[in-house]
Ligand binder design. Structure first.
Ligand code: LRH
Length: 487
């Protein structure tokens, strides 16, 4: 059988890429058509995405995909929560804000004055993150831009709009706004009204697997893709695409989608919206096929990438392989942090903030680069442990294996630490889970793959996976976690 090709445009916080996936009954090959940097811009006192630059990168990638033989369809995914606003003419109003912009720092209480935090959680099932769309919109309240806005599009929906001219809100990503009703999977008119937002801002919900629309003729011409090439709605929240491609073969699995963030949790058929899950700040984001991604955000490899960025500016070595080798030899549990401490959120000097955290909590700051890397990875492994154990407890489920997917699955030391900390086997890979999930939802829409289980079997049978057995001392990990409140 001759495999069919699909293009996945996948935007990450530090780079975007267009991947071409070729899918057959027993094959799934992925190749990179084009990768481009994503460099946020600080201007006029706020942090923005260069969304036109990103769109240009997607067009360049689609042109490469066309050159490599064309594709049956295109899908777009990116990080969650951020949006662009269109005016009545359908033109973009300003540049979308970056979720790490500090303007939302104090807005949550204003929202909670109108809709108490407990109620917001009960309706939306969403963990509290200061940058959830609902808080960004509260920060924008009264602005000329929001006043002039007629349509709100999350980042992938905005790109799909430019590719096809159509307007819609993809479900998995819409579920990260804190304006979607977790029960019904539709916009909560009640929340939108009470928060003083114009209900017309929110386009109709689209589901993964639906056709978004054919490429606009001008886009087909510009990219060399065939006239009428469909853009398929995928799980446009990158984490939802990654979870869709977790190569699990039985129900008792946990996952960690590990990149800029570590998204650690379980796939459930029903949301868990209890007071206990709210207190533990667990989210119920939508997955494909009516599933829920019951997970928590952990600060993730952002801690390491910002550390490397700082070191690079200081002229220190930043080659990861030797740093990891030295970190593996550094003393264990010498210094630990809670990765989710709010001071680690914004861009900037990460080693200084980690050192300050350690000193404030009565620890000695990491003495050298190896100790710093070890501190970050051990702390992340402890957060993985605490989060997955809590997820299992809150949902009443058993865990017997953990799948670690995404760029972080290349980090051998982190995979081993995670297995050790949890006392569970860790299956690492695929690295490109997000792009694979994007492509498999398209392949399924074309009738090439039957269902979710078949998608996962195809990933498991074709992608390179590594297996980590738990070793080391469980009790030592538990005690280390207790030191930083990660029991
Ligand atoms: C990961 C991610 C995550 C969101 C964050 C904003 O890329 O989509 O799931 O919470 O970005």
């Amino acid at each position: 059988a001759f495999p069919s090709a699909f293009a996945a445009a996948d935007l990450g916080a530090t780079s975007g890429r267009v991947m071409v996936g070729r899918v057959g009954p027993a094959n799934l090959d992925l190749s990179e058509a084009h990768r481009f940097a994503n460099r946020p811009v600080q201007v006029g006192g706020s942090l923005h995405w260069d969304v036109l630059g990103l769109y240009q990168g997607v067009l360049d990638g689609l042109r490469e995909a066309a050159r490599s033989g064309g594709v049956a369809s295109v899908g777009v995914d990116s990080w969650a929560v951020d949006y662009g606003l269109l005016d009545t003419d359908g033109r973009l109003l300003g540049n979308p804000h970056h979720y790490r912009d500090t303007r939302t720092q104090d807005t949550a209480p204003r929202v909670w004055d109108t809709v108490p935090a407990e109620e917001l959680y009960r309706v939306t099932g969403l963990q509290h993150l200061p940058f959830n769309t609902v808080f960004q919109l509260a920060a924008a309240r009264g602005s000329a831009q929001l006043g002039a806005a007629r349509t709100l599009l999350l980042i992938p929906d905005l790109l799909v709009h430019w590719l096809t001219g159509t307007v819609g809100a993809e479900l998995t990503n819409a579920s990260t706004t804190a304006l979607l009703d977790a029960g019904t999977g539709t916009w909560s008119g009640d929340l939108i009204g009470r928060l003083g937002l114009d209900p017309r801002l929110f386009p109709p919900i689209r589901h993964p697997g639906e056709l978004a629309g054919p490429l606009l003729p001008e886009v087909a011409r510009a990219t060399g893709l065939a006239e009428g090439t469909p853009v398929v709605t995928v799980a446009s929240h990158d984490t939802a695409s990654a979870v869709a491609a977790v190569p699990a073969d039985r129900p008792g699995f946990g996952y960690i989608s590990c990149g800029t963030w570590s998204l650690a949790g379980l796939e459930l058929d029903d949301p868990v919206v209890t007071e206990a899950s709210r207190a533990a700040n667990f989210t119920n984001e939508r997955g494909i096929d009516g599933t829920f991604r019951f997970l928590r955000n952990i600060m993730g490899l952002w801690l390491l990438s910002e550390t490397l960025r700082t070191w690079q500016a200081e002229g220190l070595p930043t080659d990861l392989a030797p740093l990891l080798a030295r970190a593996a030899e550094a003393p264990r549990f010498a210094a630990l942090i809670d990765p989710d401490a709010p001071e680690f959120m914004a861009p900037g000097d990460m080693p200084a903030r980690i050192a300050a955290y350690c000193e404030r909590t009565g620890q000695r700051a990491p003495a050298d680069q190896a100790a710093m890397v070890r501190c970050i990875l051990e702390s992340l492994a402890l957060a993985h442990r605490a989060t997955l154990r809590a997820a299992a407890e809150l949902s009443g489920r058993d865990l017997d294996v953990v799948h670690l997917v995404g760029g972080g699955s290349r980090n051998d030391l982190l995979c081993q630490f995670t297995a050790d900390a949890l006392g569970l086997p860790v299956v690492a890979g695929p690295t490109e889970a997000t792009a694979l999930g994007n492509i498999l939802v398209q392949a399924r829409a074309h009738g090439l793959v039957d269902d979710r289980a078949a998608m996962r079997r195809l990933v498991a049978g074709t992608q390179h996976l590594r297996h980590y057995r738990p070793g080391g001392d469980q009790r030592a990990w538990a005690a280390a976690g207790a030191r930083v409140g990660l029991a």
